[in-house]
Write a protein that binds this ligand. Sequence first.
Ligand SMILES: Nc1nc2c(ncn2[C@@H]2O[C@H](COP(=O)(O)O[C@H]3[C@@H](O)[C@H](n4cnc5c(=O)[nH]c(N)nc54)O[C@@H]3COP(=O)(O)O)[C@@H](O)[C@H]2O)c(=O)[nH]1
Length: 693
Amino acid sequence: MMETRERQLIMVVDDELSARLLMRATLEEGGFDVVEAGTVKQALSLFESTRPDLVMLDVMLPDGDGVDLCASLRALPCGRDVPIAMVTGVNDDTSIQRAYQCGATDFITKPISWGTMANRTRYLLRSHMAMRELALSAMRARLSAKVFETSNDAIVVCDAQNRTVSVNRAFESITGYAKADVLGQDPALLLADVGSRIRYQTMWENLDAGGSWQGELPCRRHDGSTFPAWFSMSVARDAEGRPEHYIAVFADITERKVQEQRIAHLAFHDELTGLPNRRLFSDRLSVSLLQARRDGHALAVLFVDVDRFKNINDSLGHASGDELLKQVAQRLQDTVRAGDTVARMGGDEFVLLCPGGDSKAIAARAQLMLDQLEQPYHVMGMALHVSSSMGIACYPEDGDTADVLVRNADAAMYLAKERGRNNFQFYAPELNAGILARLKLEMDLRAALDAGEFELHYQPKISLASGTLHGVEALIRWRKDGAMVPPGQFIPVAEESGLIAAIGDWVVGEACRQHLAWKQAGLPPLQVAVNVSARQFSQPGFATAIGELVRAQGCTPDAIELELTESMLMTDVQRAAMTLAELKGLGFAVAIDDFGTGFSSLNYLRHFPVDVLKIDQSFVRELLDDRAALAIIEAIIALARALGMKTVAEGVETDAQRTLLGERGCCSMQGYLVARPMPSNELAGWVGSYQGR
Ligand SMILES: Nc1nc2c(ncn2[C@@H]2O[C@H](COP(=O)(O)O[C@H]3[C@@H](O)[C@H](n4cnc5c(=O)[nH]c(N)nc54)O[C@@H]3COP(=O)(O)O)[C@@H](O)[C@H]2O)c(=O)[nH]1
């Protein structure tokens, strides 16, 4: 209210009208505005509505006591801070005493000196204002002192000559200096070294130019230990703009620096082993390549992969796997020379950068490393025998960028795996993308078998005459990274690499297990047909081995039908005939798959103890449109009949195909018309709902 008024407002409270009028006239003439009240009641209401800057209050009022009114005004929120002058008789000591207790500011004694009244009022207002400002600045000073003392940051105040005039408690605890040690001193005594003194100079230049500065300065404590400090410096100037005080606020940022360093370390290092990570390795390799190019030196990149690491991780747990990786990392570090870099690329893959050296020297070092890596590891109380494989790419012959060298070393590592693991291979340009993809697929296949990523799907086989279900064909599937890989994409690779033997054994074992499971679940006896690869069939002792495998599962061989192809039998007819005889002797059923597509000597066929000829789906597909296809099917059916064999038509997709096959005397069929291959858990439901059509 006061700010918006042009003249200060005085409230005069007196029961005598003449006294009020006189007071009004005097004050208005003296430059004030005046409001009047004659009673306590009027005074209270007028005070609240006008908020005067000063109150002149007579002690005697008709409806109460002026001293009580003073107390009531003070009790109002807007009355706490208004000067109240009591107008009283000279000898009224008791009233004066009481009035002071009730919050009166001053006294004007009667008879009133009207000539000095306006000046007296002005003085009253001014002194009240001064008192108020004094109280405010005292409060601010108390606050500043409190902030100064309780701040967690150290505060140093220096005079214009940069002599310390004040420090707070945080300064003492951070630096270990007592206040007495530093008063009058240049705070430069805190600086840790020459470097920080140079920065201190820069700080002064900035401070003089801009009035403030922020930055890091390494400092030394009283006990000689050092710490990084973050400073905020400012200048307080006098009215003429001359520096009066320099104020430095600083914090010990040791902890923050440790955290920052940790974060920076993590960005470039592997958390498990502490080795440089892919990013740092790539940086170092790029720098080394620049040097090698400039100096005409060679360098080698060695890619190391722990053999069968997944097995260890899966069987012994991740904690053991981690421990093993840490030990591998340590051994690699122990074998490299100063200037080499060992990094972890992720998983069980490590990579080394070895500047200089010819391929002979690199080979010797690679062998040394492999020897070290092959020594037993002691993990969680166990001795683990683990080897590693290594691929090497050299600059300049195998690439001249970091990416290419690492990629080629990786490719060479796959070759080392392919060549039996626990060896190193140099990159060769013949290791092109196609070969690499195949090598990778092969490695993945090995891992898939260990990881249980294969599953069997089953396709029902039904009698064409009765519609009854009499067996299923087991077809392998690979569940890789959530997607299903069809066998056509991996069986050929499994065959070439020899992995098919292990996969084939798994298929037979799984088929037996499932046959028994369905039997126990009350399903009709379902003979399971499994596909046998040429490589399996040609293995010496195949019949005995598969017989033992089936019995080991608790099955009899008649639960299994072995599907072979014509070409398998025709490669070495005599051997094939003997193996077939053995298989038959053990009780297995045998079918010739895809019959009619390969080269068969019908003469030999009569010596093969085979139960079923499977008519290839290529003939079935053409059956209705191509007379030749129908003729071949009729011939196969006739041949089978003559030799006492059954026939199964594959890939039947339409009713017309099924009808025609039935009319021509084919015994059984399988195909999408009846059911697609399905997982074992779906088959039980399918059997329940199958109507036998
Ligand atoms: N050595 C092993 N070989 C195996 C094994 N499991 C499968 N295979 C061989 O892979 C080839 C491809 O098999 P797949 O992709 O499973 O295809 C089979 C059927 O799904 C498919 N089929 C069945 N009915 C129909 C149909 O109505 N239409 C249509 N277009 N396709 C159909 O045909 C394939 C049957 O193959 P097969 O009876 O074996 O000739 C394949 O050559 C398999 O032999 C394995 O465990 N080991």
